[in-house]
Design a protein around this ligand. Structure first.
Ligand code: ADP
Ligand code: MG
Length: 336
């Protein structure tokens, strides 16, 4: 059985307008890390708050280990929640912060929680004596001390600077994986979602548009919104006839058979450029040097395409090129 099961959650603030969360369903396996991602305002925080018990759903059901907790008060759910702003009590030392929600209020509880986050001996410090990264780890230690089977993290690393953020999230991921606790992390950072989570659920307008592993979503986005939210892509029109599709770059293979007018996604790194012997099917309109690779902007039948090249021929602006696709194009469900 799943650790957490969420079915048809809905939450509307006020009478008019669209719901903050329209219809959200998913399962979380024990020890699994799920990232909830999507643009600002799509309903991520509201979803977490309903799972934690801070916000009552208008509709839908939440169960934890097969037990319905939809009407259970927050403090009885055994779910930890860590927010972006840590929310440590400034007038309490670290030990008292940790013991605040703990089931067993003993010095061992504090020692165990501190050791899990690699901050042994910090019990008598006050929050303002800690760095941002340390405060964030104490907030996590505090949620561990309550012995939850599930922890919800809302933008937990967004107050940390880039370098610290990377290191902290690696440490915390290892720690959570060891503890076997289920995690839902909300982030607007796609790289963070990809590196931290086992699976991703991408939300838009209060609904999950696609879920799966990062690789599944990146390789087979269902629509243009997903394809451009997770990575960059080229949207190309085509006429499909089964496994093949006629496009401005010639005939390409499709990841799944289709018929008629379609919109395709072609990732920039799957496109290839060659200096054209004759006219070619494209012309270089811009070159962007990015360090480890380059992006070429190529006009192809009046459409601007992005092509990422690691070690290719150096082509200047205006060069005539042959543009081709390595691998398969993905048919999106957007109208052509
Ligand atoms: P996200 O975390 O994805 O940015 P939120 O869940 O915070 O999105 O918000 C979803 C929508 O619900 C937004 O339009 C937001 O303005 C609205 N909303 C969130 N909380 C409240 C509230 N307490 N009262 C009224 N509207 C809210
Ligand atoms: Mg939010």
């Amino acid at each position: 059985t799943p650790l957490l099961s969420v079915r048809n959650l809905k939450r509307q603030f006020g009478k008019a307008g669209p719901a903050a969360v329209e219809d959200v369903s998913f399962d979380l396996a024990p020890g699994e890390i799920l990232a909830l991602i999507g643009p600002s305002g799509c309903g991520k925080t509201t979803t977490l708050r309903m799972i934690a018990g801070f916000e009552p759903p208008d509709h839908g059901a939440i169960s934890l280990r097969g037990r319905d907790i939809t009407a259970t008060p927050a403090e009885k759910r055994g779910i930890g929640m860590v927010f972006q702003d840590y929310a440590l009590f400034p007038h309490m030392d670290v030990a008292r912060n940790i013991l605040f929600g703990a089931r067993e209020k003993t010095p061992q509880t504090v020692a165990r929680a501190l050791s899990m986050v690699g901050l042994d001996g910090y019990g008598s410090r006050y929050p303002d004596e800690l760095s941002g990264g340390q405060q964030q780890r104490i907030a996590l230690a505090r949620s561990f001390a309550a012995e939850p089977s599930l922890i919800l993290l809302d933008e937990p690393f967004s107050n940390l600077d880039a370098a610290l953020r990377h290191a902290t999230r690696r440490e915390i991921r290892a720690l959570l994986k060891n503890a076997g606790i289920g995690i839902i992390i909300v982030t607007h950072d796609q790289e963070e979602a990809l590196s931290f989570a086992d699976r991703l659920a991408l939300m838009r307008d209060g609904r999950i548009v696609q879920h799966g592993t990062g690789q599944q979503i990146y390789d087979r986005p269902v629509d243009a919104f997903v394809a451009t939210f997770l990575g960059r892509t080229n949207l190309v029109p085509g006429t499909a006839r089964g496994e093949l599709c006629d496009t401005p770059l010639g005939t390409v293979r499709l990841a799944a058979p289709a018929e008629g007018q379609v919109t395709l996604s072609m990732r920039p790194e799957l496109l290839e450029l060659q200096a054209a012997a004759e006219a070619g099917n494209g012309r270089v309109t811009g070159v962007e040097f990015k360090g480890h690779d380059m992006t070429y902007w190529v006009d192809c039948a009046g459409r601007e395409m992005q092509v990422d090249v690691m070690n290719g021929p150096r082509l200047g602006e205006g060069a005539a090129v042959d543009l081709s696709l390595r691998g398969e194009a993905v048919v999106l469900r957007d109208p052509a």
